[in-house]
Design a protein around this ligand. Structure first.
Ligand code: PXL
Length: 274
């Protein structure tokens, strides 16, 4: 069985980061080892939250795994807490990422703004981290913070291509922009594979709602599908369709939580996707 390591926070309540990655990656048939960066009462879009930083646990935990000679087929980082933790990830990639895929979701911003816990220094460090990855999946807001380009709500394909070109210079082999709408009523991804000099666009019907944690759902699905042996483009397509389907199912639930999506209801659908 394939085994990946995911490094993100545990938000006890809120359906994001590890509480999405662990069930989704497991359902797709890959062992998901977790390295929690912090424990939060809930994610940071609630009106308040507690946070216990776990940075001092990262090294001792990794040392135990080294004693056990554990190997990973991939390392997937998501929401990290501090610039110091981002620094630690570079070493962690050297130690545990060299036999597999390093997948970085530079979670830090959406809708034109940084998340409450972050500042420009964090954004800069997160950008550096992306240059150590094989695959990166920023949304448009994150890409703007990473490249210095202006954030736009309305754009055309040339704007997205320019963002992709600038992001590609950071160094990852595969760069994928998420939340890309190239025509009315559509949304999806646009990616670039440097080795094959190949662009990929996938657009599905836009569901008229935004929910928290959907980026984590998308990324967990992508890495889970890649671990199944799926080509990166198929993995992106499946993840985009699955995320859209889950948003729709959540909207149809009269008792939906405001803070996240009902991915629990759609896991059976996911595992049968082609
Ligand atoms: O879904 C991204 C995410 C993960 N973890 C925490 C967050 C967020 C986004 O706000 O606050 C703690």
């Amino acid at each position: 069985m394939k085994r990946i390591l995911t490094v993100q926070d545990i938000s006890c309540l809120g359906k994001c980061s590890i509480t999405i990655a662990l069930p989704v990656i497991s359902a797709l048939g890959t062992e998901c080892v977790i390295l929690p960066t912090a424990v939060l009462s809930n994610h940071t879009l609630f009106k308040s939250f507690t946070v216990k930083d776990l940075s001092d646990q990262i090294e001792p935990i990794c040392e135990k795994w080294l004693d056990e000679d554990v190997k990973f087929d991939g390392v997937y980082t998501g929401y990290l807490g501090t610039v110091e933790q981002i620094e630690m990830m570079k070493k962690l990639f050297d130690t545990f990422g060299k036999d597999g895929i390093v997948f970085v979701d530079p979670v830090m911003a959406d809708n034109g703004r940084l998340y409450p816990a972050f500042d420009m220094e964090y954004a800069k460090k997160n950008t550096e981290l992306c240059s150590h990855a094989d695959i990166i999946v920023p949304n448009i807001t994150e890409a703007c913070f990473m490249t210095g380009m202006d954030y736009r709500e309305e754009y055309d394909e040339s704007y997205i291509r320019e963002l992709l070109e600038r992001l590609t210079k950071l160094g990852a082999g595969i760069t994928v922009l998420t939340g890309v709408s190239l025509s009315e009523g559509k949304t999806g991804v646009m990616g670039y594979d440097r080795e094959h000099d190949e662009f990929y666009i996938y657009q599905n019907d836009k569901v008229g709602a935004m929910f928290h944690g959907t980026g984590d759902l998308f990324s967990s699905t992508v890495i889970g599908e890649i671990m199944k042996g799926r080509d990166w483009k198929d993995a992106m397509r499946i993840a985009a369709d699955y995320t859209a389907h889950t948003i729709q199912v959540t909207l149809d639930d009269p008792k939906k939580p405001w803070y996240g999506v009902d991915f629990e209801a759609t896991i059976p659908y996911l595992i049968n996707m082609e």
